[in-house]
Write a protein that binds this ligand. Structure first.
Ligand SMILES: [Zn+2]
Ligand SMILES: [Zn+2]
Length: 251
């Protein structure tokens, strides 16, 4: 089955001057999903079931909290909390049992990493609950789709490779994702050209940004006080986002 390929959002973000066009797309996908989960999804029983199973990570709970729709968030959080209490109850006896077994262990079985080992299974399960996030899952699917579309466009849209080459590369996170997905969807000459071009622009633009953040630090020297900022005024934000991924939100 031929899938519909929506190239318009890719054209839009590649036409903007930015450090990572994928991060621009990410911001849109993320805010769209936050709106959806606070709005329509609250009325969708199947969505609620998924929320109850996976919950949200700290970043996405905070984004939903900051979005201000307290009733939508309250409805969702209430049922997710009920589900969480159910699994807490199920795990409670196992936590007590593990601690009781640990308490009677002879000292030689509680050396180094053995200490508390009996509790690690239950701790691992709780961490998993904390770490899983339905929004992260959705966004990851959407972003994979966009990355696939970029690879498709690189091969099939005559004007796209030129625009791609003029971009400032990607953040480290999306660069790794691009290198991971490229050999799955491109082959032969197209694969080689894509990776060659991307690595070239990546290094070129990391070098440029390194110069910009260096000038930012040099501006604190009184001798440079009156010299122009150039592109360095927001170099810290751009560098942080380039090295990681959407740490500081775009203005
Ligand atoms: Zn990015
Ligand atoms: Zn998340």
């Amino acid at each position: 089955m031929k899938q519909h390929i929506d190239t318009a959002p890719i054209w839009d973000s590649y036409r903007q001057d930015c450090e990572c066009p994928l991060c621009l797309l990410y911001a849109k996908v993320e805010s769209g999903n936050v709106d959806y989960f606070l709005g329509e999804s609250v009325m969708e029983p199947s969505q609620r079931v998924e929320v109850n199973q996976k919950g949200f990570c700290a970043r996405h709970f905070k984004l939903m909290y900051d979005a201000g729709n307290r009733l939508g968030l309250a409805l969702m959080t209430h049922t997710y909390m009920k589900e969480t209490i159910k699994s807490l109850r199920e795990n409670a006896q196992r936590a007590r049992d593990a601690a009781a077994a640990e308490a009677v262990k002879p000292i030689f079985k509680r050396l180094g990493s053995q200490k508390g080992a009996g509790m690690s299974e239950i701790v691992g399960e709780l961490r998993k609950v904390e770490d899983t996030c339905l929004l992260c899952d959705r966004i990851r699917d959407n972003m994979e789709r966009y990355m696939y579309t970029i690879l498709y466009m690189y091969k099939h849209e005559a004007e796209f490779p030129k625009l791609f080459e003029q971009s400032k590369g990607m953040c480290l996170h999306h660069y790794a994702q691009a290198l991971e997905m490229a050999p799955k969807h491109l082959s032969g000459d197209a694969l080689k050209r894509f990776v060659d071009t991307l690595t070239d622009i990546e290094i070129k633009n990391f070098d440029r940004l390194e110069g910009e953040i260096e000038w930012f630090t040099n501006k604190f020297d009184y001798r440079n006080q009156d010299k122009p900022w150039g592109n360095s005024r927001d170099a810290v934000k751009r560098s942080v986002n380039k090295l990681s991924h959407q740490v500081v939100d775009e203005d």
